[in-house]
Design a binder for this molecule. Structure first.
Ligand code: COA
Length: 652
């Protein structure tokens, strides 16, 4: 078979087989496929050739596959976005890519995409320009538009094509939430046309699709009708309402710009694509998008920490309270075999019940839930210690108790096992000082609720070496958490910066200011929750003890002090600064305020000041780590890029 003359490409491979099928494989430099400017320019050359071959009947169809195990395509190349934000290059680049995808769609021969693993953003936009999509129906397939998380929306024609393909309501939902769909869900929405069980079946199914000239069908009329006539304005308003519940337009403009675009052109997919450019360009250069990209790369950077090649299979958690129980459940959810130790079964049972709820919520399929339940074992006698790769202590915050526990198990440990405490307030050196090998003890500080907060502070004591810390970070990554290494100093990073912010707000409440107003102001600034609601959520007893540990004694007779003494500890007891019903703070009217965000800035200032102190003291290695740590541990406004970036930009 004589191969046609093809352009030289670094990101694509092409060959034509005896059936005149063209096999196009994307394999870009790096661990995942991305659509860089170079990859797109090369695809332009290839498509030109495909057009010629199709005209001369030398090509029966094209099958687009990925040459990487990691997946299909993870989107446009985000590392080029800063340079691409330039108004002088971006509109042209977008129009050129629009034209390229339109040419693929207009090829007279069938073009079929075979998808495994990640198919995101620009990757999905390219797949949607193909005539038919086959995807592997396994756990790794993830299909979606994560762009809103980067402060933009799909810009390679994905807005219009997804609406055409799945209908306006579902398409907008996918784009507005950034949710990554599994194969079954994507098929259910008509985003893909056919599922196969294994990756090695993709080629065969895609080949059949080409030979049979299969073409995907568009969304049915009743779905498309939701974007027609006056209904579209109504639907757009509903979407705005939903979007406002999640984010403020002044902080995250992208979802709102997308809804505006839909309102203008949602009934005409081509007009929607054409309108993308003008709406997209200002977003790309916005400070929110720039900061969100910084956050993306900073969190990618966290994945590079940790000793490579260490395997963790068994975890032993001591203490089945809220933190210990939830840490054990999380580890079991993420595939570890876990033993959970406490004095007796009565104390362990509530943790097992909570774990089951978590498994049901996250895993859904019965056999997976059952397997996770099996992985989590109650262990009242501590028999799991000697087998564990990781031991995490999460008992009451009392030095003597912790010292006794670690002293008692040091001789039973497997060589190389991680020995960790989840203490949030006791200096590691003091817990470790009685150990024969004090260098073994590290801190793994999880945050409550464990299942929701991605951060784990890996605490380094003056005894530790890089070896223990590297392993600790590797373990955090192994259970899907993001590690930030922090020096053992009171409050570590997150509690240290949160306390002055929360106590500052509490003091204002003591002086008679409205908790509702303070909370609303912090949210208007960009915090996920106000400081008073946060104090109630954390628990006033916990807040008081961390405050005391950090040298901010709670004044006798203050409202805070009285609440603690009365057992009104916040959310968990049904009352703190607020009354709580069904896990919700019962707030009264928020008093009017002329500059809510300004007040929010004032409230957040102590947090930012303290982040500067923490970096200056070397508690975290650098500003970027402090920023990402505070974002992940407190939810601090990601669109501002973290407290220090916000200060640099004069935003606080
Ligand atoms: N552009 C540029 N680089 C990307 C990228 C993209 N779209 N997607 C992933 N990468 C890079 C990562 O930065 C990382 O680089 P590094 O090894 O130099 O740090 C590498 O690819 C591997 O990614 P990683 O996140 O470690 O792999 P993972 O398996 O944990 O996660 C993804 C894979 C695809 C889920 C994740 O990387 C991701 O969310 N990517 C962004 C997807 C996106 O937003 N696409 C839309 C862009 S418009």
């Amino acid at each position: 078979m004589i191969q046609p003359q093809m352009p030289e490409t670094k990101n694509w491979r092409f060959h034509r087989d005896v059936e005149q099928l063209g096999w196009l494989t994307i394999d870009t430099p790096g661990p995942v496929n991305t659509l860089s400017r170079e990859a797109i320019a090369e695809l332009e050359l290839l498509v030109e050739r495909f057009e010629q071959l199709a005209r001369s009947n030398e090509l029966a169809g094209i099958i687009l596959l990925s040459g990487k195990d990691s997946g299909f395509i993870a989107g446009a190349d985000i590392s080029e976005f800063d340079a691409m934000s330039d108004f002088s290059v971006l509109p042209d680049a977008l129009r050129r890519t629009h034209a390229l995808l339109a040419r693929i769609e207009q090829l007279t021969i069938p073009v079929v995409a075979g998808i495994h693993g990640f198919c995101l953003g620009g990757g999905l936009e390219l797949a949607l320009a193909c005539h038919y999509r086959v995807a592997v129906n396994d756990d790794k397939t993830r299909i979606g538009f994560p762009e809103v998380g980067l402060g933009i929306f799909p810009g390679f024609g994905g807005t219009g094509r997804s609406i055409r393909q799945v209908g306006p309501v579902d398409a907008m939902q996918i784009m507005l939430t950034g949710k990554m769909l599994r194969a079954g869900a994507a098929r259910g929405l008509n985003l893909v046309d056919k599922l196969v069980r294994h990756r090695d079946m993709l080629r065969w199914e895609a080949r059949k699709a080409v030979l049979q000239k299969r073409r995907s069908s568009e969304a049915p009329f009743h779905k498309r009708a939701m974007a027609m006539g006056p209904l579209r304005g109504y639907v757009a308003n509903k979407m705005r309402e939903q979007a406002r519940k999640k984010a403020r337009q002044e902080h995250y403009p992208a979802p709102f710009a997308l809804i505006d675009l839909f309102e203008r052109h949602g009934d005409d997919w081509q007009a929607m694509i054409a309108g993308e450019v003008d709406a997209f360009v200002p977003l790309m250069g916005s400070s929110a998008a720039t900061n969100l990209r910084r956050v993306f790369f900073a969190s990618e950077g966290l994945k590079k920490q940790g000793t490579k090649g260490v395997r963790f299979a068994r975890v032993h958690v001591i203490g089945a309270g809220v933190m210990g129980g939830d840490i054990a459940a999380w580890c079991a959810l993420r595939g570890m075999s876990v033993t959970l130790q406490d004095l007796d079964m009565e104390r362990i049972k509530p943790a097992l019940d909570r774990a089951k709820k978590l498994f049901r919520k996250r895993l859904k399929k019965k056999h997976e839930v059952d397997a996770a339940v099996m992985r989590l074992e109650a262990d009242a006698t501590g028999k799991g210690v000697g087998r564990a790769d990781v031991i995490i202590e999460a008992v009451v915050e009392k030095l003597e108790v912790k010292q006794a526990i670690f002293g008692g198990l040091e001789d039973q440990l497997k060589p190389g096992a991680i020995l960790a405490t989840n203490t949030s307030s006791i200096e590691l050196e003091r817990i470790a000082e009685k150990l024969k090998q004090p260098e073994r003890l590290i801190g793994l500080h999880f945050f409550n609720p464990v299942a929701q907060l991605p951060l784990v502070e890996v605490i380094r004591s003056s005894f530790n070496t890089d070896a223990e810390i590297g392993k600790g970070a590797a373990f955090a990554l192994a259970i899907g958490k993001s590690p930030v290494v922090v020096k053992s100093a009171p409050g570590f990073l997150v509690n240290r910066v949160l306390m002055p912010y929360m106590l500052g707000a509490v003091e204002r409440v003591e002086r008679g200011e409205s908790p509702e107003l303070l909370d609303a102001a912090a949210v208007a600034f960009g915090m996920p929750m106000g400081p008073i609601e946060l104090m109630d959520t954390v628990g006033l007893d916990v807040g008081k003890s961390v405050a005391t540990e950090l040298g901010h004694a709670v004044p006798e007779g203050s409202r805070f002090d009285r609440l603690v003494k009365d057992g009104k500890l916040g959310r968990k007891t049904g009352e703190g600064f607020y009354k709580w019903v069904d896990g919700k703070a019962q707030k009264g009217e928020t008093p009017a305020h002329a500059d809510l965000a300004g007040l929010g800035r004032e409230l957040v200032k102590p947090l930012v000041d303290m982040t500067e102190v923490v970096v200056a003291e070397g508690v975290v290695a650098n500003e970027q780590l402090a920023d990402i740590g505070v974002i992940m541990g407190t939810g601090f406004a990601p669109f501002l890029g973290g407290p220090l970036k916000a200060r640099q930009d004069g935003r606080v």
